[in-house]
Design a protein around this ligand. Structure first.
Ligand code: HEM
Length: 484
């Protein structure tokens, strides 16, 4: 016991803000943890140790420390934390995003990178994206004819949900068991359970009583059952002998083929549960992130008419009177791409990268223990004046002649994460946001609703409810048809 104490004394742990009994730093979490952590880091430094109840969290708030954690010590930090909610909803972590870093994760990652999210596969879904964007533009055009404001937050969610739904299931909402609203409700409920700890996980001995009283486990079971029933039916529909693949394979087709073609020595048997867990990742990773990016971009542009005009001129000069922007055109729209980049700097959909340490290592001279949770504050690093001039200003031009990219090697800019667990959906996420934003800017001019000034656009972030960082209030703008 004495030796252990000596060892503990020798460890130099990162600085911590003062703690209360039992809940420790929980009261400092706030409604928007990335913002609270940024303020705390200004006082306690870029590597801090906080405890939420019994759970130790190391908060990383500088590019240098992020590089140490995500590059030098990537192997020690590429686990994800497994919570009651995530374990249940991912069929005991059979997905990719929450699977522990092991052979199974490697197998799933290979499937995702080579089969599901490869450039070739992403291109094969191009007709879905272009088709859904076109029908959205038609709907918005009707609002333009009657000069009615459009709720872009709702429209963007509906767009990306329809795209992901068709990619995954080869089916449109209409005629399926879920309509758009039911789907959104299910996604929100799932996110609630994926995103948080149970009280028992944070607070020992008494936490379980609170979970019992607020019906946590019963509600979790209900959401799981709803998701499972839906996935089960979708997979069974794909197994019907009369089903013929029309045109392009969808994600379930690809996964079922992998299920049939296996098994390579040493690899896990792919079952229906694996397929369901991967489908869940695609919903949670693919819908909100791209939608939110477009909404933030449009909000920033509505507040900056000069930038909006510049973007529209670039697109309209390139497209002329063609009627729609297609995915072939995107590479000729560098300013549009810079707008997306700048949006992801100021409004990263995942403001905190969440990892779990597997073994001891040091960052900035501080000891980090195994089984600690790491949160890299991508949001704070993206607004740090040390790396960004006038960081609060939305200024896409800052990316002109700038080699910063999304691949996770620029540690001052990590919207898709970094290292072994970097987002495998980068191509889908980017092209979906780009094609949607390009068409919104090409097809319409955008005015503020009567009585609203550009300074009135609410840029506050929403707290809770969604895994991705969305805008607190919906963005309503009035479209004016450009092409008549
Ligand atoms: C703008 C769009 C998107 C953003 C900003 C984004 C961001 C992220 C981030 C920050 C991570 C964690 C990376 C890390 O820990 O280093 C992640 C992981 C992941 N993302 Fe995305 N994502 C986007 C779109 C997508 C799409 C479209 C999909 C799938 C269709 C997807 C699927 C995933 C999966 C499966 C993981 C877990 C990877 C693993 O743990 O190995 N994401 N994403």
């Amino acid at each position: 016991k004495k030796i252990m104490q000596v060892n503990e004394i020798k460890l130099q742990l990162p600085p911590s803000p003062p703690q209360l009994p039992i809940i420790r730093n929980l009261h400092q979490l706030g409604a928007l943890p990335h913002q609270s952590f940024m303020k705390l880091s200004q006082k306690y430094g870029p590597v801090m140790l906080l405890k939420f109840g019994r759970i130790p969290f190391v908060i990383i708030s500088s590019a240098e420390a992020a590089r140490e954690v995500l590059k030098i010590h990537d192997l020690n930090t590429c686990n994800r934390v497994q919570l009651t909610g995530t374990r249940k909803l991912t069929y005991n972590c059979l997905d990719l995003a929450f699977a522990p870093y092991d052979d199974y994760w490697r197998q799933m990652r290979k499937i995702c990178v080579l089969e599901l999210f490869s450039l070739k596969r992403v291109q094969s879904f191009r007709f879905i994206r272009e088709g859904e964007v076109a029908s959205l533009m038609d709907t918005i055009s009707q609002s333009a004819s009657s000069a009615t404001p459009v709720d872009l937050s709702e429209k963007m969610f509906a767009l990306t949900a329809s795209i992901v739904f068709r990619m995954a299931f080869g089916q449109i909402f209409q005629g399926s068991d879920l309509d758009n609203h039911k789907f959104e409700k299910l996604i929100r409920a799932t996110e609630y359970f994926m995103g948080g700890f149970t009280t028992e996980e944070c607070i020992p001995y008494v936490g379980w009583i609170i979970d019992r009283l607020n019906g946590y486990h019963a509600k979790l079971e209900k959401v799981f059952h709803e998701l499972d029933t839906f996935f089960e039916k979708a997979i069974n529909d794909h197994l019907k002998p009369e089903r013929k693949i029309q045109g392009q394979e969808d994600i379930i087709d690809v996964m079922l083929k992998i299920e049939k073609d296996q098994i390579k020595p040493g690899e896990a048997q792919i079952t229906k549960d694996n397929i369901k867990a991967v489908l869940l990742d695609i919903f949670l990773g693919g819908v909100d992130t791209s939608a939110i990016t477009v909404v933030w971009a449009m909000s920033e542009l509505a507040r900056n008419p000069r930038l909006m005009k510049k973007a529209q001129e670039e697109i309209r000069n390139c497209i002329g009177k063609k009627g729609r922007v297609t995915e072939d055109d995107i590479d000729q729209l560098p300013y549009l791409k810079m707008i997306i980049k700048e949006t992801l700097r100021l409004h990263p959909p995942s403001p905190l990268l969440l990892r779990e340490t597997t073994s001891h290592f040091k960052v900035n001279g501080y000891d980090i223990n195994p089984k600690n949770l790491i949160q890299v504050n991508v949001w704070a690093i993206g607004r740090d004046p040390k790396y960004w001039k006038n960081p609060e200003e939305f200024y896409p031009e800052r990316f002109t002649n700038n080699s910063i990219d999304f691949k996770g090697n620029n540690f001052e800019y990590l919207p898709f994460g970094s290292g072994r667990r970097i987002c495998p959906g980068i191509h889908i996420g980017l092209i979906t946001s780009e094609i949607a934003l390009a068409n919104l800017l090409y097809c319409f001019d955008w005015k503020l609703p009567n009585g609203i000034k550009k300074e009135d656009i609410n840029m506050e972030e929403a707290s809770g409810g969604s895994l991705a960082l969305s805008k607190k209030t919906a963005l309503n703008l009035v479209p004016v048809n450009y092409l008549q």
